[in-house]
Write a protein that binds this ligand. Structure first.
Ligand SMILES: [Zn+2]
Length: 454
């Protein structure tokens, strides 16, 4: 036995001498407070009549920088915002390339979709009756936020140090399909187990530990509108509470919430701070359960890819119809139609929008797809069925330009399928019916690329 043991030790020493030291993952973290200091308009609801009036808790951007054993980097950003609009995404793309050599495949910029965050540059302007002074404040704040995001990403890169990365998955069920369950009926339907319609109640969790075993970052996702609250205070809503809960139980760590495909899902019932706190607690408890169990280690390999897919829009209503809407009551429909009538350059064919798709592979088989816009849950369920149950799909990332309905939801119509297009201000009332196939085909192309042998 002793002989066997010493042979093993000799073999182990010889083996370790012959092998290069395992490089492993490196990870860096950073966060910054982004609560506006001026009384700005809040994003997401067209019914507000003035700027924010106080702060429930601070808003943040939080960053995790990952580097695999070959030195390839990926940046995850979580922000307590409605979503990053196209102009900021493009500017950030330029600056992140210039300053840190990152291409668009190497960063994913998530908005938590809180409706208690600030209006950002050129995003949903038709939704709010903004005056010139407010637009100037929004421009200034958005430029400041862009710089702050670049600097926070820079600090996370500077913080890169050896780490381990692991995965797990939890669940919580406060998300309700809002298209198929009337809000006032939800408590009764829940009680009777009669809630209806597609949902995705999984809570994907990515944990990053330092070499001493302490938690440094936890990334988690959930497919549910972050809209418990509609009041006049800055607040990260349930996702904000969940992030703060995790950070207070793991001092020194950052907790990053990424919205899943929750465009047709609401946290119901809602509208009180107590409920937002309760949903935050349920989500953070689900993450804590995953962290306390044995998680699956992920090998230090990161592959990243990115594509823009051109999404076609259906044609605008004709001038007479636009004129009728523009003459209507002063709401987002009226402001949108008036703006469409003033357009000086008219397109000659169908208009298209460059829609961002990013796909990462962590280790040997953890696929993580990030999509732009407000994506309905059908995508998350379909992509799991196409690429495996462990596929993660997060949305509200990079460029939040509109709702992204599946073909089913587009044909059914309603807010997510049609009428939300006007509030976002794109020159159309509807996406074309090719939308789902175009997005899924592009995701497929990206997934095949990251799965291919190098
Ligand atoms: Zn929304």
């Amino acid at each position: 036995m002793r002989l066997l043991l010493s042979s093993i030790i000799i073999f182990a020493i010889a083996f370790s001498d012959a092998q290069p030291v395992q490089a492993g993952w490196k990870a860096g973290i950073a966060k910054a407070v982004i609560t506006p200091k001026q009384p700005m308009w809040m994003a997401g609801y067209g019914s507000r009549t003035g700027p924010a009036e106080g702060t429930e808790h601070d808003l943040y951007v939080r960053v995790l920088a990952l580097e695999d054993e070959t030195g390839h980097r990926g940046i995850v950003l979580a922000s307590d915002t409605l979503g990053i609009p196209q102009r900021m995404y493009d500017e950030l793309g330029k600056q992140l390339k210039q300053k840190y050599g990152l291409d668009r495949s190497q960063f994913v910029l998530h908005g938590s979709h809180t409706h208690c965050g600030p209006v950002l540059q050129n995003a949903l302007y038709d939704a709010y009756p903004l005056d010139a002074a407010q637009i100037e404040l929004i421009d200034k704040y958005s430029n400041w936020l862009t710089t702050e995001i670049v600097m926070t990403i820079g600090r996370a890169i500077q913080d890169l140090k050896p780490a381990t990365v692991s995965r797990g998955q939890g669940t919580t069920d406060f998300a309700v399909n809002r298209r198929t369950n009337r809000e006032p009926d939800v408590p009764m339907l829940r009680e009777q187990n009669l809630l209806f319609g597609p949902v995705d109640h999984t809570v994907p969790v990515l944990a990053v530990h330092g070499v001493d075993g302490t938690l440094r970052a936890v990334v988690f996702a959930y497919a549910c509108h972050n809209t418990t609250l509609s009041y006049m205070k800055w607040c990260g809503d349930y996702a904000g509470f969940a992030q703060l809960n995790l950070e207070s139980s793991h001092p020194g760590a950052v907790a990053l919430f990424c919205m899943g495909c929750g465009a047709d899902q609401n946290p119901l019932p809602r509208r009180t701070v107590e409920l937002a706190e309760a949903y935050g607690k349920r989500l953070s408890s689900s993450v804590e359960t995953v962290l306390s169990e044995k998680m699956e280690p992920i090998k230090p390999a990161l592959r990243t890819t990115h594509e823009f897919v051109s999404l076609r829009m259906q044609e605008l209503p004709d001038t007479a119809e636009l004129q009728t809407i523009a003459n209507g009551p002063p709401d987002y429909r009226q402001r949108w139609a008036a703006r469409m009538l003033k357009r000086t350059t008219k397109p000659t064919g169908p208009e298209e929008y460059p829609y961002p798709v990013t796909a990462w592979k962590l280790g040997t088989d953890q696929i993580w797809i990030t999509l732009g816009g407000e994506v309905v849950v059908d995508y998350s369920l379909r992509l799991k069925s196409e690429f495996g149950e462990r596929t993660w799909t997060t949305a509200y990332s990079n460029d939040v330009m509109a709702y992204i309905p599946s073909l089913r939801v587009l044909r059914e119509g309603g807010y997510e399928g049609q009428s939300s297009m006007m509030i976002y201000g794109l020159p159309t009332e509807r996406w074309s019916e090719e939308i789902e196939e175009r997005i899924v085909a592009t995701v497929g192309k990206c997934v095949r690329r990251i799965q291919a042998d190098q």
